[in-house]
Write a protein that binds this ligand. Structure first.
Ligand SMILES: [Zn+2]
Length: 463
């Protein structure tokens, strides 16, 4: 029989194995993997890698933060993601006063559904105002919010007792808590101290958010999660101190995972010493740190002490970043950097090509583990019956990153002039070719909200 679409002669890379075979797609699903398969349409992938579509479980599209909104909307952001080989993202919901969690979910979906070019999910944020709404968590989970975002920093931060109550409520529905771990009280003290001493430039941003206290917060939240009996995922790990806490928990058999992001893997804190707005652009939290920390993050990906790479994509324009410089106050710079398009190729080029990770670890960290962790049941792997979310990746293509080359809706990139070897050639989303020879041919609104949930036996019993 002829399938709808067959990818022929590629080298298939999964989290566990690499082999040569054809992949047949029927409708939205992978129908068969084998030799000499025939299709109504065939794409020759000779000399190319064929991988699952990459999954980015940490993105902020058109996210209001203070007086600004992150500059990529659900269309431009998911288009850039697709061009970089990403076929599913997870964004966020913040419940507004007077709304239920289900109403907040519906409002966010009303923004996203007509625009998304790839499939997506949503984390439900649990802030201090949501602690009296924890009884809505079962309804949010049933509606497809398999994961819940908790902050230990900013106005949305939870105190330790609030973290405990939230963890118990999330545990009761078998959801996944994801946490921004930093020590807010210490950060506020150091920011105040620096500003009072006239230390107002972005140079003082990383110095006000020390790695030691990121590790402290991670250790504390791991212990609270352990007490509550829940699994836990730590967002945007930047340093050996946090890696060590996660590795120690895992060595005790605890279901704790951690991610890092391209901004921490490809940059060092000297970026904050650039003059004027250039030093403000890389401001994000936790901050980009020194070379030793960057080396430690790569080692952790290679050893498995960190399990995945996401982006925390949250772009603001140069003009928006400039406001913090004009205010003479690094703490007023809107925090966040773009990265949704470069992640998959950056990890391949700087990780696999440089011998830090295997190609299977690359797929595991960018596709398979994020999909499994976030509860995407049929994504992140190449298996018959799975969604036909696939990438044809050219391992030899050399690209020089620049604002013009990338498609993120923002007027700068952290990776200007960076050369990568390896880039996405073709992206397939549930059987539809949406990127062809590096050109976007998809459509906003073709992506779908994916209800994420976990099997009831997913959490090991904790001590
Ligand atoms: Zn984030």
């Amino acid at each position: 029989m002829n399938y709808d679409l067959v990818i022929k002669n590629g080298r298939i890379i999964t989290a566990h194995t690499s082999y040569n075979a054809d992949i047949a797609i029927q409708g939205e699903k992978i129908a068969a993997i084998g030799q000499n398969l025939a299709g109504e349409r065939e794409i020759d992938a000779s000399g190319k890698l064929v991988t699952p579509g990459a999954v980015d479980i940490h993105v902020h599209l058109q996210m209001p933060i203070g007086k600004f909104t992150s500059s990529d909307d659900f269309f431009t952001g998911t288009r850039a993601a697709a061009l970089g080989g990403t076929t599913a993202v997870v964004d966020f919901i913040e419940r507004q006063p007077g709304e239920t969690m289900l109403e907040a979910l519906a409002a966010r979906r009303a923004l996203a559904d007509p625009k998304v070019a790839i499939d997506y999910g949503l984390h439900m944020t649990i802030g201090p105002n949501d602690i009296t709404h924890l009884d809505e968590i079962p309804a949010a989970y049933a509606a497809g919010c398999g994961s819940f975002k908790l902050y230990m920093a900013y106005g949305l931060r939870l105190t330790d007792d609030q973290l405990l109550h939230a963890f118990r409520a999330i545990r009761a529905v078998n959801g996944l808590p994801v946490v921004h771990a930093e020590n807010w009280d210490v950060i506020c003290a150091l920011v105040d101290e620096n500003l009072a001493n006239g230390n107002t430039t972005p140079h003082y941003h990383p110095l006000s958010r020390p790695a030691l206290m990121e590790g402290e917060a991670a250790g504390r939240v791991i212990d609270i999660a352990t007490l509550a009996g829940t699994r836990l995922h730590i967002f945007h790990v930047t340093c050996a101190e946090t890696v060590g806490r996660i590795a120690a928990a895992r060595a005790r058999g605890l279901p704790v995972t951690g991610e890092t992001c391209p901004q921490y893997l490809l940059n060092t804190q000297e970026v904050y010493d650039r003059s004027g707005v250039a030093g403000a652009l890389p401001v994000c939290a936790p901050p980009i740190r020194g070379q030793e920390q960057q080396d430690a993050l790569w080692r952790a990906l290679g050893s498995g002490d960190l399990q995945l790479v996401t982006t925390d994509h949250c772009p603001f324009t140069r003009a928006e970043k400039e406001t913090g410089i004009a205010a003479n106050d690094f703490s007023q710079i809107p925090g966040g950097v773009p990265g949704i398009e470069v992640r998959y190729a950056a990890v391949y080029s700087q990780g696999v090509r440089h011998g830090v990770m295997t190609e299977n670890q690359w797929v595991d960290a960018c596709c398979t583990t994020p999909a499994k962790l976030a509860g995407f049941a049929n994504k992140g792997d190449i298996l018959a019956g799975y969604d036909a979310d696939l990438v044809i990746f050219d391992p030899d293509k050399k690209v020089t990153l620049s604002t013009e080359f990338l498609h993120e809706n923002v007027d700068w990139t952290l990776y200007e002039g960076v050369q990568l070897q390896g880039w996405t050639e073709t992206t397939i989303s549930r059987g539809r070719v949406i990127v062809e020879n590096g050109k976007f041919v998809g459509r906003g609104g073709d992506g779908r909200f994916i209800k994420r949930r976990f099997s009831d036996s997913a959490i090991p019993i904790l001590a």
